[in-house]
Ligand binder design. Structure first.
Ligand SMILES: Nc1ncnc2c1ncn2[C@@H]1O[C@H](COP(=O)(O)OP(=O)(O)O)[C@@H](O)[C@H]1O
Ligand SMILES: O=P(O)(O)OC[C@H]1O[C@](O)(COP(=O)(O)O)[C@@H](O)[C@@H]1O
Ligand SMILES: [Mg+2]
Length: 562
């Protein structure tokens, strides 16, 4: 579907991000300050308000200066025929494509609008051009070539001149779902305070323990006072859960309780659920905005440049790596092994490794490796120990799952949301490494540290707190302007992954000096995946054709390709 767009907010100046780190030429240019777009001082005055905006709201990009390594990503081709009805793609000159977000007026043409109360707000009314221009969009790709198409664009996030809710009309609820992530409480706090302080909303409720709380728990009244200090705590004050998504029961409760803004904080699974809720709301013709705030400590949600909590996780991982290094250095042939989170995407492991400089080997799910024989991991460890007498290994939890499955009989298990339960790669590696050196009669010591739950349970750091505020405020502005803009299906059909053919991974390899472990076949496959992922956007006609042939396998194809 095209519906839910994610809108990590742009910064106040309208600067936005570059390509994901490691996008080749673009990334290098960006590092040198080249190719950075700036929307300039300010926009021309916005056109007079219309009764019903043709579109607006929300793509937000963040400045490369603050968040140097990520990019927004969307995938309009990964939509089933059933969902194609919700897609809003329009085209302009020179290959300009607007990948738009749904709006009340798509199905409720006569909803009244009101002047945005922010124009009288003492804090905001003095800000030059505070409201975003209706036509503002943000390109998916920042670096382009002279003759390249203008490509996919998203709505820019931020407050609109007119809103679709009267002052006392808003009844908002907030829910957190899925695994913990630093910053959840900050987002909750900023949603409550932002709604209250910017739009005078007094009816705000927390849904307890994830989606099932919509229909099985009392709603918790939230006020700026009750959430005042929560950003200093880890976890989520609302509670969270996996499983329990019953669309009909959820929307029945939304309807019965007169909720008209639903803020949903969660990862890829949660956003699939948000999309189902949006569709049901639209089917029932309800005036309800669904605003998704993407949460993923693994940074595996495509479309956003970086998820909140990621910086905090990378920073906290340093403490575990430092400990592993101390342990390794203090023993003869000492090995420190640290497991970090990352089911399918090794971003935390990659960034924590690059930041640390003490790591000799980083293993991630995206880059296959092998244990035995020439060029294998065990041989590399032996060489490193002989050279340095110690070594530090960082492994992402999703790495090497195929190797474990080959060596021990396991049955595939899932959590309540249907996510595959992973086997402990850290423990498995520890045994394998010990066995190897025993067979070689070489003394060594290995210390395995698993800080995963400790990392995700801490409060967010300063930079993530600022980011959480931008996300929360953008969600509020988008909802007030009548949009439903969670990431939805596109997020679920494409996953953000480390590109092992990019410069960032090459940087890591040169920093650790580890072998790449890749065969030519692995490299060919990775290059082909990149080629497909970077395919130019399909024009609307082609999109429908794709949607058609894609229906039977909707949302299962990786990268949304067919
Ligand atoms: N395809 C789906 N449709 C509807 N709800 C879903 C879907 N996938 C996951 N969910 C719901 O989203 C919530 C969180 O999903 P989960 O995968 O556990 O975490 P995350 O959102 O962090 O990825 C759960 O309540 C789950 O039931
Ligand atoms: O909390 P659980 O159920 O033990 O799940 C652990 C998983 O949660 C995560 O921290 C986050 O995953 P989600 O974003 O899907 O919630 C993963 O890194 C990890 O594999
Ligand atoms: Mg998930």
């Amino acid at each position: 579907m095209a519906s839910h767009i994610i809108l990590p907010p742009d910064d106040a100046d309208g600067n936005h991000n570059q390509e994901r780190e490691g996008e080749g030429e673009e990334e290098e240019a960006a590092q040198e300050g080249l190719g950075r777009h700036d929307y300039g001082e300010q926009h021309a005055p916005p056109p007079p308000p219309k009764a019903a905006l043709p579109f607006s709201a929300s793509c937000v990009r963040i400045s490369r200066d603050s968040y140097p390594n990520l990019r927004a990503l969307s995938n309009a081709s990964s939509v089933s025929l059933a969902d194609a009805a919700y897609v809003k793609i329009s085209e302009g000159d020179f290959g300009y494509v607007l990948d738009d977000v749904p709006h009340f007026t798509d199905y409720l043409p006569d909803v009244p609008t009101y002047p945005n109360p922010l124009q009288d707000h003492p804090a905001y009314s003095t800000v030059k051009q505070y409201f975003v221009n209706e036509d503002d969009t943000v390109p998916q790709k920042v670096v382009v070539q002279k003759n390249s198409r203008r490509g996919v664009h998203f709505r820019r996030a931020g407050p609109r001149q007119r809103v679709y809710f009267g002052t006392d009309e808003v009844k908002a609820c907030i829910v957190t779902c899925g695994g913990l992530c630093p910053g959840l409480n900050t987002v909750i706090r900023e949603l409550v305070c932002g709604l209250s302080h910017m739009y005078n909303v007094n009816n705000i409720f927390g849904i307890q323990n994830g989606y099932k709380g919509f229909y099985s728990s009392n709603y918790l009244p939230l006020t700026p006072k009750s959430v005042n200090d929560i950003h200093k705590r880890g976890g989520t004050v609302l509670g969270t859960s996996r499983g329990g998504h019953d669309t009909k029961k959820i929307v029945d409760n939304i309807q019965d309780r007169g909720i008209n803004q639903v803020y949903i904080i969660g990862g890829d699974g949660t956003q699939k659920g948000a999309y189902e809720i949006f569709k049901e709301i639209r089917k029932r013709g309800l005036k309800v905005s669904v605003a998704g705030v993407p949460k993923t400590i693994d940074n595996d949600i495509a479309i956003i440049d970086k998820s909140f909590g990621f910086d905090t996780a990378v920073e906290e991982a340093q403490r575990a790596i430092d400990s592993a290094h101390v342990e390794a250095c203090s023993a003869e042939n000492g090995i420190g092994l640290v497991k970090l989170m990352g089911r399918y995407s090794g971003f935390i492991a990659m960034y924590a490794t690059l930041a640390s400089r003490d790591v000799d080997c980083c293993l991630i799910p995206e880059s296959p490796f092998y244990m035995d024989g020439e060029g294998g991991l065990l041989q590399y460890i032996e060489r490193r120990l002989k050279e340095n007498r110690h070594m530090v290994i960082v492994v992402a939890e999703g790495a090497g799952q195929d190797l474990i499955a080959q060596s021990i009989a396991t049955s595939a298990q899932q959590d309540a949301s249907g996510n595959k339960l992973l086997l402990d790669i850290g423990l498995w590696l520890t045994h394998k490494i010990k066995d190897y050196f025993k067979s070689k009669k070489m003394e060594m010591t290995i210390k395995y540290i698993d800080p995963t739950y400790m990392i995700r349970a801490i409060p967010s750091n300063a930079s993530d707190n600022v980011y959480c505020t931008l996300l929360a405020h953008s969600a509020i502005h988008g909802a007030m302007a009548g949009y439903s803009f969670t990431v939805g299906m596109r997020v679920t059909s494409t996953r953000n992954k480390v590109k092992i053919t990019d410069r960032m991974w090459a940087r890591l390899l040169s920093s650790t000096n580890q072998p790449s472990f890749l065969s030519e076949k692995d490299i060919d496959e990775a290059s082909e995946a990149d080629r497909l992922a970077n395919r130019p956007p399909l024009p609307t006609g082609a999109f429908h054709r794709v949607a058609n042939s894609f229906e039977s396998s909707a949302s299962t194809s990786s990268n949304g390709e067919i």
